[in-house]
Write a protein that binds this ligand. Structure first.
Ligand code: NI
Length: 280
């Protein structure tokens, strides 16, 4: 089983990453460790080399790291302060070319976490430029892109619409919409464009009926599983730090929603992840 998006490269695991990886291996879970800025991207590549088999990296600059700001996080996340980073294309390119790097990301647009004192039009323009640089890098190194998209509110579709517009303009489709939480209509648009969609523990939440309908709708051969650990911990561990071994709860929920066995979900989503990330 694949956790296609986790952050065991983050400080949350600085004391027990070995045990976290050991628990994932006991649970037969392989993982992609995703960077959000240069330091964590470099660390993702190091972690992938350190643990070797079944652990790969993705490198990129998350849109919330474009500005100095206080990242408040979700109700169950811890907040943190972020320093602004310029996207150094050649520095990311050398990480991107590493044999353990299987994707670029996470990159995209985030209108939920906006810096104060900067015109939102400028912020959106800068995020769009950065997103396109990420697409360019993915194209240059021939690896897929993990896309982060977060609208300004739970109901808004602003960030999804702008993501679609960038994908249409560039003609780029070798990407996965990470932690997809848009509507069925939006899911259809991304699927029609050729993107994969991935689901996190959010799909297990009792109050996530709409997202559960979306997961039911998306064909299994277009779905990947992820935890986004340390965030978005599935039921029954909601509120605690997440980890890759918990991806099983996402698989269980998708199976329940689709009325098929967990084994079937694992079989197909494994196949999807291997093909998408070109894993041997
Ligand atoms: Ni993430």
């Amino acid at each position: 089983m694949f956790d296609t998006h986790c952050h065991i490269n983050f400080n949350h695991y600085k004391n027990d990453a070995d045990e976290v990886v050991a628990r994932a291996r006991d649970a037969n879970v392989q993982m992609i460790v995703v960077g959000a800025q240069y330091s964590t991207s470099k660390r993702a590549v190091e972690v992938a080399h350190l643990y070797g088999e079944g652990v790969w990296a993705a490198v990129g600059l998350h849109p919330t790291h474009l500005f100095d700001m206080r990242y408040e996080g979700d109700s169950e996340d811890e907040g943190y302060d972020t320093r602004k980073e310029e996207f150094d294309y050649s520095a990311y390119k050398s990480l991107a070319k590493d044999e353990k790097t299987v994707a670029i990301g996470e990159m995209g647009v985030d209108y939920f976490h906006m810096p104060e004192g900067v015109d939102s039009v400028d912020v959106k323009l800068k995020q769009r430029e950065l997103f396109i640089r990420g697409i360019n890098l993915a194209q240059e190194v021939g690896k897929p892109l993990i896309v982060h998209t977060r609208p300004s509110t739970r109901e808004a579709r602003d960030a999804y619409d702008d993501t679609l517009s960038v994908l249409y303009d560039t003609g780029f489709a070798n990407c996965v919409m990470h932690s997809f939480s848009g509507s069925k209509e939006l899911a259809r648009a991304f699927l029609n464009h050729g993107c994969m969609l991935s689901f996190t523990g959010v799909v297990t939440f009792k109050n996530a009926k709409d997202l559960q309908e979306v997961a039911k709708y998306v064909p299994l051969d277009r779905i990947m599983l992820e935890t986004d650990a340390p965030y978005l911990t599935p039921d029954p561990y909601r509120g605690q730090r997440n980890e890759p071994a918990h991806v099983r709860y996402v698989a269980n929920k998708i199976a329940e929603l689709k009325g098929i066995s967990t084994e079937e979900v694992i079989k197909i989503t494994d196949k999807n992840a291997k093909a998408f990330f070109n894993l041997r």
